[in-house]
Design a protein around this ligand. Structure first.
Ligand code: SF4
Ligand code: MSK
Length: 654
């Protein structure tokens, strides 16, 4: 391992700072050091002005107009930046959708009885999917229905003709907008392939046309691959319902065998979690000296999946993965796909920790590989847990440093079905109360605060906590997914008691309904839940006839993965206002930037904003929500008190 001078840190996340201090004393580097070591990063790349799509390049465009204004082939800044944007969005779509494909395969294996340990847990969800896919249910056995639904789901990836079936869940007016623009998504794989084709040398060279494909490939994710992943996972593992859990690094104990599950696809981690509760395994752990048994703690979206369905503790998000390993108390890090830092392996070698890869798609040099398939998952999960138990005795007790931090309690699991149920009860499940409270102004609107928490920002600041506090203080209901949700869970924002920090109107509604003002809806693919919740708001009536009319907006502060840009683009293409807390990835091409932040609104009804000053973002979202309220004619005349930064600082995080 490269041991370089580690920077001094100051910041607000004491838990992380304690571990970072310890790492510094041991001469261990972290993602934060590597980020510093990369400075200054390439200005051409970060503003979208670098093209290496053919071997005549790489080509750069001089943003100051002094040097080259075209690539060797004549491609200008707009073409190069738009292609760059499209390839990011296509890659994000590919990642989410390949996840969805794995779930569809597991769904079919489970239906055929070829995947021991898995079962179809949520029959209502299965029947919902059967209805959308026109699969007959009457007089048929469940496994037959499930197999056909699985096949239909799988066909969405590669079918030769037609459009994504799940788009029928969008409001009718929205479907018409897509039809008019020619961006209704076809087969998922086709959209990804066409994106790669169009963005290659010498094909699509009209930036608006390129961005329109970015819309279509992103919609193939939001209303295709990601939505299929969410719904099929719900059918397999259960649709999330409110559940108590814990969040933060201290979930791991000195006297337990500690296993981290990390990545995105819950197939492996579901089995690992089941096996960890097996009395035989607990006995083995006890015999190995771990008197309190086995602890499973999650990182990234695998963590979110387990937390929202089973209340299994969430240890942290993306940028905490190394800090968790550096506690020296982790026997095994079991990873599946996406957001796994290669550096985890080197760091683990400084301790007794074993990194175990499980997917044929994601091996890491130096890690152990145990290939998990639908058929062998149960057996392999046992093998993995036994490896972790055997490794417990190899700990160096002197280097163990689990931060002494109070775990944050959380109440999570707010799927759109749950929200509907909580609003109206079992027999009158409906979004009506939410619509009414938005119309009467108690709740001003809804904000999605989602996506990554990257090494570019923290631990100097915890911007998600500030943002969410400001939003709820201004009576905006917050819905979260991904690492943004993990950060707010760690920060103690996801308990009903947190409603005391909400504005009066939102607080009253939360009290009446029994929900926190900050709703954890799941992982990155579960942004599809937000799309469906918004469809429900439109269908319920009184808030316009399309997403673009709703008093709603979304944000991701420090996005990292390509998937985040894809999510942003499918919301923009669905009619939403989306603010990302970074510089524009197409800043070097002012025409493309202007189109994404202004012109595209005339077409899709949604638009982007990029604002690196995070302290401004709550106000931008609130202003957008109030603007939509004005247009709907539901804004009352009386003056409202807007909480500003000063007021917000007075709010304490529990
Ligand atoms: Fe350069 Fe054009 Fe090739 Fe891109 S496609 S690397 S701009 S020559
Ligand atoms: S894990 S994609 S850092 S949210 Fe979904 Fe977190 Fe972003 Fe990975």
């Amino acid at each position: 391992m490269r041991k370089e001078k580690v920077k001094n840190y100051k910041g607000e996340d004491q838990v992380a700072l304690d571990v970072l201090k310890n790492m510094k004393e041991q001469g261990l580097e972290s993602t934060f050091d590597r980020y510093q070591n990369q400075q200054p990063q390439c200005g051409f790349g970060s503003t979208g002005l670098c093209c290496r799509h053919c071997q005549m390049g790489p080509c750069n465009i001089d943003p100051f107009g002094r040097g080259a204004q075209t690539g060797v082939c004549g491609a200008d800044a707009n073409t190069i930046a738009a292609r760059h944007f499209l390839r990011i969005v296509a890659a994000g779509s590919a990642a989410h959708s390949d996840h969805g494909r794995s779930v569809a395969h597991l769904f079919i294996s489970t239906a055929r009885g070829e995947a021991p340990g898995y079962e179809i847990k949520d029959k209502e969800k299965l029947f919902m999917l059967a209805e959308i896919f026109d699969v007959k249910t009457e007089g048929r056995e469940l496994k037959e229905i499930a197999e056909e639904v699985g096949e239909m789901g799988l066909a969405e990836f590669g079918k030769a003709y037609g459009y994504q079936r799940l788009v029928v869940r969008a409001p009718e007016n929205r479907q018409k907008v897509w039809e008019k623009l020619g961006i209704t998504p076809r087969a998922i794989d086709r959209e990804v392939t066409e994106s790669m084709h169009r963005s290659g040398m010498g094909t699509d060279q009209d930036f608006k046309n390129i961005i329109s494909q970015a819309s279509r490939v992103s919609l193939a994710d939001g209303w295709g691959g990601a939505m299929l992943a969410t719904e099929m996972q719900d059918a397999l593992f259960g649709t999330p319902k409110p559940v108590h859990g814990k969040a933060n690094m201290g979930v791991f104990k000195k006297d337990t065998v500690n296993v981290v599950v990390h990545g995105h696809e819950p197939q492996v981690s579901e089995m690992v979690a089941v096996v960890a509760q097996d009395p035989e395994m607990i006995k083995l752990a006890n015999e190995a000296g771990a008197k309190d048994g086995i602890t499973i703690g999650g990182i990234c979206c695998t963590a979110n999946e387990l937390l929202v369905r089973h209340g299994i503790p969430l240890a942290g998000h993306l940028k905490m993965q190394e800090l968790i390993i550096a506690t020296g108390a982790i026997e095994a890090v079991v990873v599946d796909v996406q957001c796994i830092m290669q550096a985890d392996v080197d760091l683990s070698n400084e301790f007794h920790t074993k990194v175990i890869t499980t997917s044929s798609k994601a091996k890491i040099s130096g890690a152990s590989h145990i290939e998990v398939t639908d058929e062998n998952a149960l057996a392999k999960a046992k093998e993995i847990i036994k490896i972790a138990i055997d490794n417990y005795g190899n700990r160096d007790n002197e280097t163990i440093n689990i931060p002494k931090v109070k775990q944050s309690d959380v109440v999570v699991g707010f799927s759109h079905e749950t929200i509907k149920y909580m609003l109206g009860g079992k027999f009158r499940a409906s979004y009506r109360p939410l619509n009414d409270n938005i119309i009467n102004g108690r709740i001003r609107g809804v904000a999605g605060v989602v996506g990554c928490a990257s090494s570019t920002v923290w631990p100097d600041k915890r911007p998600y906590l500030d943002l969410v506090k400001e939003l709820i203080a201004n009576n905006v209901l917050v819905v979260q997914t991904g690492c943004a949700a993990a950060e707010c869970a760690r920060g103690g924002l996801m308990v009903p008691e947190f409603k005391k920090y909400a504005g009066e109107g939102l607080r009253e509604v939360c009290e009446a309904v029994g929900i926190p003002p900050v709703l954890h809806s799941g992982s990155c693919v579960d942004n599809s839940r937000i799309l469906i919740a918004l469809s429900e708001l439109v269908a319920e009536g009184g808030l316009g006839n399309d997403f673009s009319e709703l008093p709603a907006a979304g944000t991701c502060l420090d996005w990292m993965h390509e998937k985040a840009l894809t999510i942003g683009q499918y919301f923009v293409a669905s009619g939403a206002y989306i603010v990302f807390g970074t510089e524009s990835p197409v800043a070097g091409a002012p025409d493309v930037h202007k189109y994404l932040t202004e012109g595209i609104e005339e077409e899709t009804g949604g638009k982007w904003a990029f604002e690196p000053d995070h302290s401004k973002i709550a106000k931008m979202l609130i202003a957008a929500i109030e603007h939509k309220r004005d247009l709907l004619g539901i804004n009352e005349k009386k003056e409202r008190k807007l909480y500003d930064m000063e007021d917000r600082r007075k709010l304490e995080v529990v």
